[in-house]
Design a protein around this ligand. Structure first.
Ligand SMILES: C[S@@+](CC[C@H](N)C(=O)[O-])C[C@H]1O[C@@H](n2cnc3c(N)ncnc32)[C@H](O)[C@@H]1O
Length: 313
């Protein structure tokens, strides 16, 4: 008797799933779409042909997987598991994934580019916490880190996906041309940085602490992403479109807006500056947002692109 029987298991991974509910809705939609396609193609499935789904939820080790698992619907049509770790490296055995999904995750960098916290470098990012309105060297360092990260992501997935396996990536990008008058989605970090700098003048935070803190996020122009994808021989682009996304901040409300920002940046700030200043920083920042409400509406500039790409390996 052999232990290896032919199976019809379809493995789907959601990378950067957080705690739901989005990931749960998306995984349900994907499994149902594949199931419907199966039933459309094959009229009568034998017991062995009926697909079984394995859905693997991935996020960083710090993600609250318990909350996610408690939220999973009891009547789900898939087997669920979690894989902690960074998607910039390998997470799964070779050729074991059929479909990979990832939404609103790839604008996170694996780390802040080294040179922007190095005082001896021309890319040292003094008095700012991000790249908007920073010298070109800072912007270039961010762009180079983004390229390396995206290439590493593709390299890892090229090994994990089966031949002809698919990836659907929703990525926050910006238009190729940005005018001075446009509100860049990252302007919010410029305002947060200036709030921190004010606190340095009042002795609430040391300047050295601000100089060594940078937000590890980058919004790539869509054309650069397309170029990286087209150069990568392991994948071919099957579909590329700009999604119409209903933004949360359609009707700006400074307090909700700041809470949302604090939800994903609060820990990072606390780790760097210590817990003592976090409430004060976000209180001061809320007043700034009330003063400059345009900051809440970078909707026109933040383009969420959907790339459907196929693995050729
Ligand atoms: C804005 S949330 C998006 C969550 C979910 N995909 C959605 O659409 O609602 C970004 C998530 O990506 C995760 N993330 C960022 N970098 C990651 C990495 N290198 N590896 C795994 N997860 C990552 C974060 O921890 C966070 O949970």
């Amino acid at each position: 008797m052999t232990c290896v029987e032919p199976t019809n298991v379809i493995s789907i991974a959601d990378l950067g799933c957080t705690t739901g509910p989005n990931t749960i809705i998306v995984m349900q939609t994907i499994t149902e779409a594949i199931e419907n396609q199966y039933y459309k193609t094959v009229q009568k499935l034998s017991a062995q042909q009926i697909p079984e789904f394995q859905v693997i939820f991935n996020d960083q080790v710090s993600n609250d997987f318990n909350t996610l698992f408690k939220r999973l619907p009891p009547n789900r049509n898939y087997f669920a598991s979690g894989v902690p770790g960074s998607f910039h490296g390998r997470l799964f055995p070779k050729k074991t994934l059929h479909f990979v999904h990832s939404a609103s995750t790839l604008h996170w960098l694996s780390r802040v580019p080294k040179e922007i916290t190095d005082r001896s470098s021309s890319a040292f990012n003094k008095g700012r916490i991000h790249y908007i309105n920073a010298p070109k060297e800072v912007q270039d360092a961010y762009a180079a880190q983004y390229r390396t990260d995206f290439e590493n992501f593709l390299h890892a997935r090229a090994q994990e996906l089966v031949s002809n396996g698919l990836m659907a990536l929703q990525i926050a990008t910006v238009p190729d041309v940005i005018l001075e008058s446009d509100i860049h989605p990252a302007r919010v970090y410029e305002l947060l940085g200036s709030t921190l700098m004010e606190m340095t003048k009042e002795g609430r935070v040391s300047e050295e602490k601000v100089d060594s803190f940078n937000v590890p996020l980058f919004y790539s122009p869509a054309k650069n992403l397309k170029e990286i994808l087209e150069k990568n021989e392991s994948f071919s682009v099957e579909q590329m479109e700009t999604l119409k996304v209903e933004e949360f901040y359609e009707a700006p409300n400074a307090s909700n807006f700041v809470s949302m920002l604090r939800a994903f940046l609060g820990d990072l700030i606390e780790q760097h500056f210590g817990g003592g200043i976090v409430d004060e920083l976000f209180d001061r920042f809320t007043h700034k947002v009330v003063e400059f409400p345009d900051i809440m509406n970078p909707k026109k500039l933040k383009l969420v692109m959907l790339f459907v790409i196929k693995c050729n390996n």
